[in-house]
Design a protein around this ligand. Structure first.
Ligand code: CP
Ligand code: NVA
Length: 315
């Protein structure tokens, strides 16, 4: 691991678009190694004496706890910053906040309503910025998902991943990681809820170089046919709560249920970044059933974040 640290040192993770396939594979390899050797490898010296701020504008369970635990296991200290109780909540600019934080801490993990917020923070800091979810991307979630897929299937080539539901931050991030790792990604979303055209186009171009492919459809059955991985997410993302009932009605056809699971390969797995709404985007039968890997997937957040923090922040 140590020999390859310098290449990743000091980097930000705003979008995985900026990371090469080799770099992403390195993060995942280290995560797998840390997980496999958790009982025998002491990582507490890696970031000893460092501080990492967690600046959150939106609620979180998994991301907040797994980053805090990862930071602790690496020997660093976490500084919790609830957006509304900082001066940001009273109108201090992001630029000034970024400049000030750069003088105190070694990295910033940020969950923000708008992707631009993370981009501005990155532009005005001199320290790495880690995107813990924006309206556009959720990079650490799909790194965890990629680790889960490799644990199940031994790699990513020839894997067919079908995502059903809203063309949101998760859909975009599946397109990005799928393109980087050479997977065949299909997004099935209702008309009007498809992922952003520029992300789809970017993923198509990138996939052409990695052996993957990208399909966008409005037909959930076509999407899941022969799939290895079925993934979904909440019908309504944080900050996108307007017109709830109408959205639920439109999305209902995209619910992952046993009938759709039956169209996928018999050894297919089910993934969900969580939180889940049983009876909406997924049935209880599927998420609590034998093909569901959501708890491994949630655990893997810890390992991919620990790996990334170590690669980026270790001296
Ligand atoms: N999957 C995920 O990011 O969960 P939280 O919103 O609980 O952090
Ligand atoms: N798409 C969801 C993901 C939650 C982890 C949201 O943005 O709310």
């Amino acid at each position: 691991m140590t020999a390859e640290l310098p290449a990743l040192k000091g980097r930000s993770v705003v979008s995985l678009m900026e990371w090469t396939p080799e770099e992403i594979r390195q993060l995942l390899k280290t995560a797998q190694w840390m997980k496999a050797n958790r009982k025998v490898v002491d990582t507490r010296q890696l970031l000893s004496g460092k501080h990492v701020a967690l600046l959150f504008e939106l609620p979180s369970t998994r991301t907040r706890v797994s980053f805090q635990v990862a930071i602790g296991q690496l020997g660093a200290e976490m500084v919790w910053m609830d957006w509304g109780s900082t001066q940001l909540g009273r109108g201090e600019s992001l630029e000034d906040t970024a400049r000030v934080l750069s003088r105190y801490v070694d990295g910033i993990v940020v969950r923000a309503k708008k992707h631009e917020t993370v981009q501005v923070l990155r532009r005005f800091t001199t320290i790495p910025v880690f995107n813990a979810l924006t309206d556009r991307a959720h990079p650490f979630q799909v790194l965890a998902d990629a680790l889960t897929i490799s644990e199940e299937f031994g790699g990513w080539s020839d894997i067919k991943l079908a995502y059903l539901g809203d063309g949101n931050n998760m859909a975009h991030s599946y397109l990005v990681i799928g393109a980087k790792l050479g997977m065949h990604v299909t997004i099935a979303a209702p008309k009007g809820f498809e992922p952003a055209r520029e992300v789809v186009q970017w993923a198509r171009n990138e996939s052409a170089m990695t052996g993957g492919s990208v399909t966008v459809t409005n037909d959930p059955e076509q999407a899941v046919f022969g799939a290895d991985v079925l993934a979904t997410d909440v019908f309504v993302s944080m900050g996108d709560e307007g017109d709830l009932e109408r959205k639920r009605e439109i999305m209902h056809k995209f619910q992952v249920n046993q009938k759709l699971m039956g169209l996928a390969k018999s050894q297919a797995i089910f993934l969900h970044c969580l939180p889940a709404h049983r009876g909406e985007e997924v049935t209880g039968e599927v998420i609590d059933g034998p093909q569901s890997k959501v708890w491994d997937q949630a655990e893997n957040r810890l390992w991919v974040q620990k790996s990334t923090l170590a690669h980026v922040l270790a001296d």
